[in-house]
Design a binder for this molecule. Structure first.
Ligand code: CP3
Length: 355
């Protein structure tokens, strides 16, 4: 395996010294890039793009050709696991995800298989292997999965949701049923992420996009323990290097201490959190990733630079910060904004990394 030419993303996650703050953007491969739309049209639809290792590799690399990003993220989706369980995933034009066979009753859960990553999900592992080869050690590759709770919301609601009425009804009327679903999902995620690591992912991130819709106590019962179990069972060292794990709960700012207690290496922050406060609370235990509001990219370059400087100053001196947006980049940001953002981080962060 080639040595990494740029490992500041991995080092910052492990709170080892770096020369400047590393940066990548959630959803950095996507519809804000015209070349992404062209490749997706060539593939046919979104899942066809995910299933084609060469095209998935192509769209993974597209943002890296434009911007000086410090990491690549596997092009795929969190919903590959429920799809492999047989729920029948589709993405209608201009719509969110839909499942043909959502989870409604106990038998649906009892009958769910735990997918074999090198069988039903082999297309994901093939994409990881292809991307890793084509990256040629330029930057590390991030693998990912949804959290059990977040995956369960899509499986029970049948797609995206605003009020989460079906899964909350299950949570409050048949909690054991929900726990049996979350258990199966946690086991599936462990196999899936470990297979991504064996295939070449150098770090992994768990997206708990909907953890923040849970009541305070419910988060501690229905999301966090399942992520904790995953962290406990991940391969943490491969190819002679540590494989850092990042947990991102959108809306999880109240729970940073308990998230840090899972033993993860880093916590992803959304933009509702003050990064200085987050560092004071958990910075002695974990690295922090984030946390600019993705909507700042609608602003002019001066304003983008100001926001970057303010977050860098909030984190302050030293390592342990991976710059990112607090959630995925919007589709319609001005074309010049991502470059202003990425370049500003590298330029203004050097002063915080002098020993
Ligand atoms: O970050 C990256 O560049 C890697 C690719 C990536 C995608 N989805 C590609 C994608 C990642 C990491 C994801 C994760 C994902 N998928 C999450 C967690 C992160 C988050 O944003 O909260 C969630 C909740 C999903 C589920 C999902 N996938 C939804 C709700 C949608 C539809 C919404 C939308 O943006 O259209 C998707 C589709 C999807 N996944 C797209 C992309 C680029 C858009 C599909 C298209 O090209 O039409």
């Amino acid at each position: 395996m080639t040595d990494l030419k740029n490992d500041r993303y991995l080092k910052a996650l492990l709170r080892e010294p770096v020369d400047m703050t590393p940066v990548w953007m959630m959803r950095q491969a996507g519809r804000y890039l015209p070349e992404y739309k062209a490749t997706r049209a060539e593939a046919g639809d979104f899942m066809a793009l995910c299933r084609n290792a060469d095209l998935a590799c192509e769209v993974t690399l597209q943002p890296l050709r434009r911007y000086e990003l410090d990491a690549a993220i596997l092009f795929s989706d969190i919903l590959t696991i429920p799809d492999a369980m047989g729920l029948g995933l589709s993405f209608g034009a201009g719509e969110g995800p839909k499942f043909a066979k959502p989870i409604e009753r106990k038998a649906d859960i009892d009958n769910l298989p735990i997918p074999d990553p090198e069988n039903e999900l082999q297309y994901v592992m093939n994409a990881v292997r292809t991307i890793r080869r084509e990256l040629q050690g330029e930057v590390p590759l991030i693998g990912f999965s949804g959290s059990p709770w977040t995956l369960a919301t899509y499986m029970v609601e049948g797609g995206s949701s605003k009020a989460f009425t079906k899964i909350k009804k299950m949570l409050y009327t048949e909690p054991q049923l929900l726990h049996s679903l979350l258990d199966k999902l946690a086991d599936s995620v462990i196999l899936y992420l470990n297979a991504q690591i064996k295939a070449g992912a150098q770090s992994v991130m768990i997206f708990d996009t909907w953890g923040g819709v849970l009541a305070h106590k419910d988060y501690q019962y229905f999301s966090l323990p399942y992520m904790h179990k995953i962290v406990d069972n991940l391969i943490r060292e491969n190819e002679g290097r540590k494989v850092p794990v990042t947990l991102f709960t959108k809306g999880g700012g109240l729970w940073l201490e308990s998230i840090a207690d899972t033993g993860c290496d880093a916590i992803g922050l959304d933009w509702t959190v003050d990064i200085a406060d987050a560092k004071a609370r958990v910075g002695h235990k974990v690295a922090l990733q984030g946390n600019m509001d993705p909507s700042v990219l609608y602003a002019n370059p001066e304003r983008i630079e100001k926001e970057v400087q303010s977050i860098l100053a909030g984190f302050g001196q030293g390592t342990g910060h991976v710059f990112n947006l607090g959630h995925g980049i919007h589709q319609d940001v001005p074309e010049e904004s991502p470059k202003v953002f990425v370049d500003a981080i590298h330029e203004y962060s050097k002063q915080y990394h002098q020993e």
